[in-house]
Ligand binder design. Structure first.
Ligand code: CAA
Ligand code: NAD
Length: 308
C-alpha cells in the first residue's frame, strides 16, 4: 500500500484507488456481506464484532454465500470456483478488538446496530488511534452521517456508504456526501463502491438517502394496512409481488431486513419529525421486537423460519 505522503499531491483519480485495506466493524448480515464483496474484489478485510461466536457465524455465512456465487459464476469450471472461494476467504481476518486493527487501513466502515450514540462512541474511540489518512464511513440506514461523525476530528474524511441486503446480490450502493465530507473522500468512496462491482449513486445527507426514504414508509404502510385488517400479510405480500413485480412482499422484506433495524429507522425519523404521518411508529412492529421476534435472523418475525 502506498503511504499517505506519496498519495498527497497525486491526482484525485490516483487517490481514489487507495482503498485497498479496510476494517468492517459489525459482522452481522450487512457487515458480513460488505466484507465478502470487498474480499472477492481483492481487498484485504478485517471484520470486527463483539465476540468470537458472532465472528464464527459471519465467516460461515460468507463461505456459504460464496459457494452460491461460485456455483453460478464458475458453473463450467468448479476448480476455478474453489480457488475463488479460498482466495476470497484468505483475504478475510476477524477480530474482537477494532482498536488493534485500524493501524494501517485505508477505510473503517461500520455496520453495527442502528443507534446513534453507539456509532458515535465507536468512531470517537477509533478516531484517536487510526492514521490520519484513514477514511471513516457508515452504512447507516437512516441516521444523519454528520451526526455519526460529530465526535471525530476527521469530519472531512467521513462519509456514508449505504449497501443493500443481501450485499452480494444487490447491485446498488448509495454514497453520501455529508456537509463536511471532502471531495477527495467522496471520490474515494465512489471509486471503492465501483471497485466492488456496484452501481453507485450520489446522495445528500438526508434521512434515508434515496432508497430508504421511499422504501421504509411503504413497508410501514403495509404494516398499517395489516393492522387495520384490510388484508392478510400473505395476501399483501402476494399482491405486491404479483401486482407490482417486487421480488419480495413487504412482510417478507421486513423480516429479511430485520424488524429491530426497521423499528430503529422509523423511531429515529419520528423523533426528528413527529408530525409526519409517514414516520409514525407501528405498535405491531414494536411489539414483535419487544418479544425478540427480529425476522429471519432470530428465526421469527412476521413469519416463522424455524425448522421443526
Ligand atoms: N449470497 C449469494 N447468492 C445469493 C444470496 C446470497 N446471500 N441470496 C440469493 N442468492 C442467489 C441465489 O444463489 C439464487 O441464484 P440461483 O437460484 O440462480 O442459483 C438467486 O440469488 C436467487 O435466490 P433465491 O432463489 O433464494 O430467491 P430470490 O429469487 O427471491 O432472490 C433475493 C433472493 C435476491 C434476496 C430477492 O428476493 C430480492 O432481490 N429481494 C429483495 C431484496 C431487497 O429489496 N433488498 C433491499 C432491502 S432494503 C436495504 O437493504 C436497505 C436498508 O437500509 C434497510
Ligand atoms: P445485524 O443485527 O445483523 O448486525 C449488527 C452487528 O453489529 C451484530 O453482529 C452486533 O454484534 C454488532 N455490534 C453491535 N454493536 C457493536 C459494537 N459496538 N462493536 C462491534 N460490533 C457491534 O444488523 P445489520 O442488519 O447487519 O445492520 C447493521 C447496520 O447496517 C445498521 O446500521 C443498519 O441500519 C444498516 N443496514 C441494514 C440493512 C439491512 O437490510 N439489514 C441494509 C442496509 C444498512
Amino acid at each position: 500500500m502506498m503511504s499517505h505522503q506519496i498519495v498527497r499531491g497525486m491526482s484525485t483519480a490516483c487517490r481514489m484507488s487507495q482503498i485497498k485495506k479496510l476494517v468492517v466493524v459489525g459482522g452481522g448480515q450487512m457487515g458480513a456481506g460488505i466484507a465478502q464483496v470487498s474480499a472477492a474484489t481483492g481487498h484485504e478485510v478485517t471484520i470486527c464484532d463483539v465476540n468470537e461466536d458472532v465472528l464464527t457465524k459471519s465467516t460461515a455465512a460468507i463461505e456459504k454465500s460464496l459457494q452460491r456465487v461460485a456455483s453460478k459464476k464458475f458453473a463450467e469450471n468448479p476448480d476455478q470456483g474453489k480457488s475463488f472461494i479460498s482466495e476470497t476467504m484468505s483475504r478475510i481476518q476477524t477480530s474482537t478488538d477494532p482498536r488493534s486493527c485500524v493501524g494501517d487501513v485505508d477505510l473503517v466502515l461500520e455496520a453495527i446496530v442502528e443507534n446513534l450514540k453507539i456509532k458515535q462512541d465507536l468512531f470517537k474511540d477509533l478516531d484517536s488511534i487510526a492514521p490520519a489518512h484513514t477514511i471513516f464511513a457508515t452504512n447507516t440506514s437512516s441516521l444523519p452521517v454528520r451526526d455519526i461523525a460529530a465526535n471525530t476530528t476527521r469530519k472531512d474524511r467521513f462519509g456514508g456508504v449505504h449497501f443493500f441486503n443481501p450485499v452480494p446480490m444487490m447491485k446498488l450502493v448509495e454514497v453520501v456526501k455529508a456537509y463536511d465530507t471532502s471531495q477527495d473522500t467522496f471520490d474515494a468512496l465512489l471509486a471503492w463502491g465501483k471497485a466492488l462491482g456496484k452501481t453507485v449513486v450520489s446522495c445528500k445527507d438526508t434521512p434515508g438517502f434515496l432508497v430508504n426514504r421511499l422504501l421504509v414508509p411503504y413497508l410501514l404502510e403495509a404494516v398499517r394496512l395489516y393492522e387495520r385488517g384490510d388484508g392478510t400479510k400473505e395476501d399483501i405480500d402476494t399482491a405486491m409481488k404479483l401486482g407490482a413485480g417486487y421480488p419480495m412482499g413487504p412482510f417478507q422484506l421486513l423480516d429479511y431486513v430485520g424488524l429491530d433495524t426497521s423499528k430503529f429507522i422509523i423511531a429515529g425519523w419520528h423523533e426528528m419529525d413527529p408530525t409526519n404521518p409517514l414516520f409514525k411508529p407501528s405498535p405491531l412492529l414494536d411489539r414483535l421486537v419487544a418479544e425478540g421476534k427480529l425476522g429471519m435472523k432470530s428465526g421469527e418475525g412476521f413469519y416463522s423460519y424455524r425448522k421443526y
